[in-house]
Design a protein around this ligand. Structure first.
Ligand SMILES: Nc1ncnc2c1ncn2[C@@H]1O[C@H](COP(=O)(O)OP(=O)(O)O)[C@@H](O)[C@H]1O
Ligand SMILES: [Mg+2]
Length: 394
């Protein structure tokens, strides 16, 4: 079938087998960060909703209509990132872990790289305690989150931006890690230049936030962020707006002789009071050590620390799924993009459709024409029938 013309340009990934000539139809931009733009889309191949990420690094490229073009002197680096995105999509695809979002396609188009992944229906990981929801509910979620992180590390990747906004919890209580835009292979982590992309104040480990010592990064860097994310389920952090204390503030406090730099004995007793076992508290506290060398080396070591006190964490996958409290779905609860962020989204992808609208795959133009002719024929037959009936009975 010839490629359909593009009446609207909300389509991505040319695919002659798809009814519209393209596999994906963009519905709405979900977010626009310094590294990528995230879209909610429809997948004509699987006939369901999916999420697409478009590589868009401000320091390297600029939007020109629907395309991305490299800034002067940045073409090579942009090429490297396009390749990286595709490699990582491939690694994630191979990972096939229930706790990691499933990638379904990666391709190059409009001068940049895209990848499409499953749409995860659920809530965002809470960044602060939810009234009435205790640690007993969250414990299996936190343990399964650790299992997923372990699978990522075993595949040789470091996520690099673990935080509540990058973890979704499915309605069945299973956490799913998303947003691998800043993920890198362990070897790569030691030499990646654009490491500042990964920074999310509070959750970012000191080796990245303060000393920018990318070469000290390892699984323990994700574990730092994981521990702070998990603590936030039951305690309100002491940083701005209840987020964790920024790593730079912690390092400064430590240099001024404050032991454990803002996350110490007080945090420990608050966690115990919230109902966490000794094992969990010890493991989480070890993960938030300022020096990378003082933290557990791997997710397995963390599990062992928890198990030492309470032999349950190792069976995270067997843990019953908790009843997740009612909260608006992550996507439905999103605020519209602010004007500055929206400006990065090409006009062609700005249209928004209702989230609840049932998806009808777009028909190719020839099918539309056939449908219209069919309707006219049917109306004509009805009209003639009515005429005959009126004639007979009058
Ligand atoms: N696969 C997905 N399923 C459902 N929602 C998603 C998915 N990927 C992203 N989102 C939503 O879009 C938001 C932004 O996506 P993310 O990949 O984290 O991009 P950013 O780089 O802008 O942080 C997420 O916080 C989440 O609410
Ligand atoms: Mg994110």
């Amino acid at each position: 079938m010839p490629l359909a013309p593009l009446p609207d340009r909300q389509r991505l990934m040319p695919d002659p087998n798809a009814p519209s000539g393209f596999r994906f139809v963009v519905e709405q931009a979900l977010s626009s960060g310094g590294f990528a733009i995230t879209y909610l889309a429809r997948d004509a191949q699987f006939n369901d909703r999916c999420v697409i990420k478009e590589l868009a690094i401000d320091q390297l490229m600029v939007r020109s209509g629907i395309a991305m073009v490299p800034l002067p002197g940045c073409a090579d680096e942009m090429g490297v990132w396009i390749q990286k995105v595709q490699n990582e999509a491939l690694t994630l695809h191979k990972l096939r872990n229930a706790g990691v979002v499933q990638v379904r396609a990666t391709w190059r188009e409009h001068g940049t790289a895209y990848f499409a992944m499953d749409y995860v229906e659920g809530i965002e990981f809470p960044a602060a305690p939810m009234p009435g929801v205790s640690w007993a509910t969250w414990e299996p979620v936190a343990a399964k989150f650790l299992v997923a992180l372990s699978a990522i590390h075993q595949a040789g990747l470091i996520h690099g931006d673990i935080k509540p906004q990058n973890i979704l919890i499915r309605r069945d209580g299973n956490p799913v890690i998303i947003d691998f835009g800043t993920a890198r292979s362990e070897g790569d982590a030691k030499k990646t230049r654009l490491t500042t992309l990964a920074m999310t104040p509070g959750y970012c480990p000191p080796e990245l936030a303060v000393r920018d010592r990318a070469r000290e990064m390892g699984p323990w860097s994700d574990l730092y962020s994981w521990a702070l994310t998990v603590m936030g389920l039951v305690i309100r952090h002491r940083g701005i707006d209840g987020s964790p204390l920024e790593a730079s503030a912690r390092v400064a406090l430590e240099q001024h002789g404050v032991k454990h730099a803002g996350i110490g004995a007080e945090t420990e007793s608050a966690l115990l009071e919230a109902g966490m076992s000794e094992g969990w508290v010890q493991a989480l506290m070890a993960c938030v050590a300022i020096k990378p060398g003082d933290r557990p080396r791997s997710a397995k070591d963390v599990t062992a620390m928890i198990d030492k006190w309470e032999p349950r964490a190792g069976d995270a996958r067997m843990m019953p799924s908790p009843k997740i409290p009612d909260a608006p779905a992550a996507v439905a609860a999103r605020e519209p993009l602010e004007p500055a962020r929206r400006a990065r989204v090409p006009a062609a992808f700005r249209a928004s459709q209702s989230l609840d609208e049932d998806f009808e795959p777009p028909l190719p133009p020839s099918d539309n024409l056939e449908l219209a002719v069919g309707i006219v024929k049917m109306l004509f037959v009805i009209f003639v029938l009515c005429f005959v009936l009126i004639y007979i009975f009058s």
